[in-house]
Unconditional design. Structure first.
Length: 97
């Protein structure tokens, strides 16, 4: 797999409580994101959202992001790489899926 040029840290993977799948929380440059993953027979990426604790500008997409535990603000930059990100997490954190 091609190496991601992103420094991904603080990865937490948990089963999602509202649907069959997972929530993958992680940070890049001290900004927090969540990859939502569905699961049937295979894992597939659903969405990728910002989850900032303070109002700020996303360093990846330059969007103004408001703090929220339940943010629905998609990060277009990471959303476009969600398949690549899921492959990265499956490769490096396979035991958590």
């Amino acid at each position: 797999m091609k190496k991601l040029e992103l420094e991904i840290e603080n990865v937490q993977i948990a089963k999602h409580t509202d649907y069959k799948g997972y929530k993958v929380r992680f940070t890049i440059n001290q900004q927090q994101y969540v990859l939502l993953v569905g699961k049937t027979n295979i894992l597939f990426p659903l969405s990728l959202i910002h989850t900032f604790h303070e109002k700020g500008t996303c360093q990846l997409c330059n969007k103004l992001v408001f703090p929220s535990k339940f943010s629905q603000q998609v990060c277009p930059t990471l959303f476009n790489r969600r398949k690549e990100l899921l492959a990265y997490f499956q490769e490096h954190y396979s035991e958590q899926f």
